[in-house]
Design a protein around this ligand. Structure first.
Ligand SMILES: Cc1ncc(COP(=O)(O)O)c(C=O)c1O
Length: 418
């Protein structure tokens, strides 16, 4: 890692976009500058988000929707502002189409539970081989409860969805098609609109997991042709413990609430209750109001830079990473070679150094990557490896952080006698 070089490039695209807004990135690991290449796991948070979290707790902390005092009104306003801003971010049909959840995983569980009453034994759900466990396990659980059949769109050797058999995979029994927008392992950006079109023609619902797209590229609900879209705030420069389900209002009206309790009801009698209107009927109990109050600051930041600009930046970083890893030789690099077809992350396998050893050695050089199956075990089985090493990027990623990664890989190989 070139020592101290981080400030030399500040403000240029090579130096990352608005990097100086992210205090944690100034950290050093021992005598090395921190090189954070794990944004796909969670993004770092800008000062404005940290300040908003602090301001909320110091000035407005109260429970939402429950009181008529000033603080409760402010907390409710902050919470509902988050809903409106998220609706704006993804061009949702209406703010009421946005359910506030704990994260993408919670949103997918909410959907799977909410649809249960509509599904009959023998109905089919079509997923893909590249799903994160969050878009796999809830459907498996539902399939077990309702005796459904799961089918899967296969992944090609190039790390793309093999759509050649799509017509046969979507049958008259297919009730739902669920797929990831940007794979968290392959980086592949899937042709969601095309698949959604085929699914809707057969009357199936379409659920899109945009956990790795939100905050990294423009995303408009209507362009996808989907019925529901899920994502988490923490991967888009916002706080943890906050996520969203954006869905067509007609779909939300059909879902049974998964959790009962305060906030989600209209009238409660000792023996029975009626539900609040959408989206509140899916938001039982006290939500993470502080996180919701802070997320608009992250949206401000990505809108200040522009999602097209962020996408272009991550694309250049990814292209540089692909080229540098390729030049190293001996690695298997997963996903499309063209950076236009992928998001800001690269996973690879070095036959001589296990990803766990690699990430430990890289960590000693201040380089944070992720090693393992990245919550996609079936995909790793398809790739024929137990684990991969993943470097992932954000708007703040600098070109010289890729160089630090490459230097670390060379050093790791030396440790293992190559
Ligand atoms: C593609 C994808 N889907 C879903 C998730 C789950 O997100 P969360 O853990 O924030 O619920 C992740 C997280 O890594 C992901 O990468």
């Amino acid at each position: 890692m070139p020592q101290g070089s981080h400030t030399d490039l500040a403000g240029s695209p090579a130096g990352g976009l608005l990097r100086d807004r992210f205090p944690l990135l100034e950290r050093r690991i021992g005598d090395r500058p921190l090189c954070y290449l794990d944004t796909a796991a969670t993004s770092q948070k800008p000062e404005a988000v940290l300040a908003a979290l602090d301001r909320y707790h110091r000035r407005s902390n109260a429970n939402v929707h429950r009181g008529l005092n000033t603080l409760a009104a402010e907390a409710t306003e902050a919470y509902e502002t988050c809903r409106r801003r998220v609706a704006g971010l993804v061009a949702a049909p209406t703010p009421e189409s946005v359910v506030i959840t704990r994260g993408a995983t919670a949103s997918l569980n909410l959907l799977a539970r909410g649809l249960e009453h509509e599904l009959e034994p023998g109905d089919e759900i079509l997923l893909t081989e590249m799903e994160h466990h969050a878009n796999l396990v809830p459907w498996q659980m539902l399939a077990r409860r309702r005796d459904l059949t799961l089918r899967f769109v296969p992944v090609t050797d190039d790390g793309e969805l093999d759509l050649s058999g799509l017509d046969a995979l979507i049958t008259d029994r297919t009730r739902l098609v669920g797929l990831v927008h940007t794979s968290n392992v392959l980086g592949t950006i899937n042709p969601v609109a095309e698949i959604a079109g085929a699914a809707r023609e057969r009357g199936a619902l379409v659920v899109v997991d945009a956990a790795q797209t939100i905050g990294h590229a423009p995303l408009a609900f209507d362009d996808l042709g989907a019925d529901a879209l899920v994502f988490s705030a923490h991967k888009a420069y916002g706080p943890m413990g906050l996520g969203f389900l954006v869905a067509r209002p007609a779909l939300l009206e059909r879902l049974e609430p998964m959790e009962g309790g305060g906030e989600m009801i209209e009238w409660v009698h000792l023996e029975s209750s009626t539900w609040a209107a959408i989206p509140h009927r899916f938001e039982a109990g006290t939500p993470n109001v502080a996180a919701a109050a802070a997320f608009p600051a992250a949206i401000d930041l990505v809108e200040e830079v522009g999602l097209e600009t962020i996408r272009d930046h991550e694309r250049s970083i990814t292209a540089h990473a692909l080229e540098a890893l390729e030049a190293l030789g001996g690695l298997t690099i997963y996903g499309p070679r063209d950076s236009a077809a992928r998001g800001g992350l690269v996973s690879f396998w070095d036959p001589d150094v296990h990803p766990h050893d690699l990430s430990t050695i890289l960590d000693q050089a201040g380089v944070m990557v992720r090693a393992g199956h990245h919550c996609a075990q079936p995909l790793h089985r398809r790739l024929g490896v137990p684990a991969t090493t993943r470097a992932s990027f954000g708007l703040y990623t600098r070109l010289d952080e890729i160089d630090a990664l490459i230097e670390g890989l060379v050093a790791a190989r030396k440790v293992f006698g190559r």
